[in-house]
Write a protein that binds this ligand. Structure first.
Ligand code: PLP
Length: 456
């Protein structure tokens, strides 16, 4: 097929996620057809090689073109492409993967339920939490607390948990069972005189006030990403997670760690929970579980939650929750091969080391630019936030579209992909874990050049 034919069919037939639908259908925004990929590079049908410093959507963690995973998928498809996992049925791949996940998860974790993507896994989590409280007779304890700027998916419950306006407006969200609290976003604190410690105390006070207002008896759980991702790539200030967990424990509120981005190594530790000392009751996993070679997600539940679920089904019969494709054999085969590869190549260590190098060199290159307000990151995550005026921390108007302009310039000038995060002028980087220091240098030099073009 010719490129212009594909372009026409794309506009005529396909409506894309997270896309300005009218502009795309009119042809105002370019269609790019991706053909192949290897390592940290993707290639389009015109032969353009692009350095993908966002690993797709922070998911191709082991890098593109891994033949071991492709072969494991092919072998599974030939042997058994599908059988369901209802009523105790399993496959060697799904059972092996459940063991591999539990071997890597924090020690209080007990069992994994498989889904397809991060959104459905968080949907499962909310249902499990409600089921758990119903079994315990706590029928009013159902609300879920999430943070502004958290990202947990775009379904009805998960879009409600997501604390970004774009995911609510015109969809009549959030649902009433979801309430939001302050994000641990020190750079954007209202009171610039606050130290990090004072800001953590402020986040805790906001959470306490929300619990008091709603009533602890109505609140079932708190969900958070160890490092806020789509909301701006924001590592929490020191002491944040310990302080939040103390409040949750006091009010008997479950904690869900959404590790869709941080799970399986992105912070330089196997889980973000290990990195921050988070003792979750449920952990959400997706993206890095298969490095996106096939769709697969999971809800890992702790001993504490499992004991209640188990007891509940003894009394009430089978749990009424299941997806046709839960534990799909092809996804599971991809997961097994992916986790083996992460171990063999020691990619978690590389994510920590090269990620630290990327953050350091980005800070050296751009830290003193008058329009760079903040450079932050953890492991293989990095963000550069732009401001109109640094001293007064004045932000650009949304209409200036500085973040999108810089990411478009970066792509046009040097063929590097970074993501303009959806809220604020923030350029995000989340490269594959196999990024080398030389490739990190390319990303930093290209970013500095794009910033110079747009902002001087
Ligand atoms: N949770 C987090 C932290 C995410 O970053 C995402 C997606 O980016 C999701 C959940 C939703 O995952 P999915 O897009 O696979 O449904």
């Amino acid at each position: 097929l010719k490129n212009d034919q594909l372009d026409q069919w794309d506009r005529d037939n396909f409506f894309h996620p997270s896309t300005h639908l009218a502009q795309h259908a009119r042809g105002d925004s370019p269609s790019r057809v991706i053909k192949t990929a290897n390592g940290v590079h993707i290639e389009d049908r015109d032969g353009n090689q692009l350095l993908d410093a966002f690993a797709g959507l922070y998911c191709v963690n082991v890098g593109y073109g891994r033949q071991d995973i492709a072969e494991a998928i092919a072998a599974q498809a030939k042997e058994l492409a599908y059988y369901h996992s209802y009523v105790g049925h399993g496959t060697e791949a799904s059972i092996t993967l459940s063991k591999m996940i539990l071997d890597r998860a924090p020690s209080n974790m007990s069992k994994v339920y498989f889904g397809l993507g991060g959104s459905d896994a968080n949907e499962t989590n909310v249902k499990l939490i409600w089921y758990y409280n119903n079994i315990l007779g706590r029928h009013e304890k159902k609300k879920i607390i999430s943070r502004w700027r958290g990202y947990h998916g775009s379904g009805l419950v998960t879009g409600s948990l997501t604390g970004l306006e774009l995911f609510h407006k015109k969809f009549d969200l959030p649902l009433a069972q979801v309430v939001h609290t302050e994000a641990p976003y020190y750079f954007r604190r209202d009171d610039l005189s606050q130290t990090e410690e004072q800001f953590v105390a402020h986040c805790v006070a906001e959470l306490e006030a929300l619990i008091e207002r709603e009533g602890a008896d109505t609140i079932a759980a708190f969900i958070g990403e160890p490092v806020l991702g789509t909301g701006g790539i924001v590592p929490p200030p020191a002491g944040y997670w310990a302080a939040i967990q103390a409040v949750l424990k006091k009010h008997d509120i479950l904690l869900v760690a959404d590790e869709v981005v941080t799970g399986f190594g992105r912070l330089g530790t196997m889980f973000g929970s290990d990195h921050y000392g988070i003792e979750a009751d449920i952990i959400t996993i997706a993206k890095g579980l298969t490095s996106a070679y096939a769709p697969l997600s999971g809800s890992i539940v702790s001993d504490k939650v499992w004991k209640v679920l188990e007891q509940g089904t003894d009394e009430n019969g089978p749990i009424g929750h299941g997806w046709t494709y839960s534990a799909h054999p092809i996804g599971a085969a991809a997961g097994v091969a992916n986790l083996k590869l992460i171990d063999e190549l020691d990619l978690v260590t590389n994510a920590g080391e090269v990620g630290a190098y990327l953050n350091k060199t980005m800070t050296e290159a751009l830290g003193s630019h008058p329009n760079v307000g903040d450079i932050r990151g953890e492991g293989m995550l990095c963000a550069v936030e732009f401001v109109k005026d640094k001293d007064s921390r004045t932000f650009f108007d949304a209409a200036d579209k500085i973040g999108p302009q810089i990411s478009a310039t970066l792509l046009a000038q040097d063929k590097v992909i970074a993501r303009a995060m959806p809220q604020g002028d923030i350029l995000g980087f989340a490269p594959p874990f196999c990024l080398t220091k030389a490739e990190a240098d390319t990303v930093v030099a290209a970013t500095a050049a794009a910033v110079k073009t747009v902002l001087g």
